[in-house]
Design a binder for this molecule. Structure first.
Ligand SMILES: *Cc1c(COP(=O)(O)O)cnc(C)c1O
Length: 220
């Protein structure tokens, strides 16, 4: 099946309220164009170095999502190039994003990344600290908090992630009901190729798909 056939199949398969992000790390501009042509116009990138030229050359109607680990020294460029940053997990990162966004008159859409299984050496704010982080950053004027993102442990069987997805949805809802000023809990971004069905069942309304759309990644 071609990339565009796979994309069309997934679009059909997933409920209409679920936003599909094509996770495009290691993929060529041609592959990204094919996905966009098939109707997936939200593209996720992990690495600034790899994506900068691609973003600047593809002048199609694409929404770019930063989904990789974000270092402070990359914030300026990432704020410039991307429409949403999904991997924000600290106050200091928010402060830098706000500063850089302010300097170019942009309102930067972000998601807070949660380390939902509290794994050591994994990025994301701990679940019990997410609410306070969101309250602390709610006053930043050039940041628009739009929800939560989570990865969950690396497992092959997506079904094993169900308890973590449940936990993430519960956390998402518990923050949402508080109606914190300037916080718009709209998106819960969770689920990848092997787990998106489970994630959607558990309340994800944004999923990030790589392999299932583009095939296995080839690293050189
Ligand atoms: C690569 C990646 C995905 C997609 O992974 P697949 O298993 O290929 O679907 C989703 N989210 C993030 C943050 C990624 O880096």
């Amino acid at each position: 099946m071609s990339i565009s056939e796979k994309a069309k199949m997934i679009i059909k398969d997933v409920p209409k309220n679920v936003k599909i992000i094509a996770a495009a790390k290691t993929r060529s501009p041609e592959e990204i164009k094919e996905i966009v042509g098939a109707g997936i116009k939200n593209i996720g990138e992990n690495y600034l170095q790899e994506s900068e030229d691609i973003i600047l050359t593809l002048n199609e109607d694409i929404e770019w999502h930063f989904i990789g680990h974000l270092q402070k020294n990359k914030v300026k460029k990432v704020v410039n190039l991307f429409d949403m940053i999904q991997t924000v997990d600290s106050f200091s990162l928010c402060k830098e994003i706000d500063k850089r966004a302010k300097s170019i008159n942009k309102f930067m859409k972000i998601l807070i990344e949660v380390n939902i299984a509290s794994e050591s050496n994994k990025s994301g704010v701990l679940p019990e600290k997410a609410e306070n982080l969101i309250k602390d950053i709610s006053f930043f004027e050039n940041i628009e908090v739009l929800g939560l993102m989570t990865m969950g442990p690396f497992v092959e069987d997506g079904e094993l992630l169900r308890p973590y997805f449940k936990k993430a949805k519960k956390l998402f809802d518990s923050i949402k009901v508080q109606k914190i000023p300037n916080i718009n809990m709209k998106y819960l971004s969770m689920g990848m190729s092997s787990s998106y069905k489970v994630a959607v069942e558990e309340g994800a309304n944004m999923i990030r798909l790589g392999t299932i759309l583009f095939g296995e990644r080839k690293y050189n």
